[in-house]
Design a protein around this ligand. Structure first.
Ligand code: ZN
Length: 61
């Protein structure tokens, strides 16, 4: 389940790495919780920090 939108459109793209088709973010899962990465139009991955972006990361593990 996507930790950002809580949707189920989460596809696995790597080891502990998932992509949400609903909010277009990458979710890297770790033992500490989640890291959310925004994918820019040019393909750049940007770490989305809670509070400074349109998405709010909810690392409830
Ligand atoms: Zn999502």
């Amino acid at each position: 389940m996507c930790p950002v939108c809580h949707g189920r459109s989460l596809g696995r793209v790597g080891v502990n790495l998932y992509y949400c088709w609903d909010c277009c973010v990458e979710v890297a899962r770790s033992s500490k919780g989640y890291c959310i990465y925004e994918i820019e139009a040019d393909g750049t991955r940007t770490a989305a920090q809670p509070g400074n972006n349109v998405h709010t990361a909810e690392a409830k593990a």
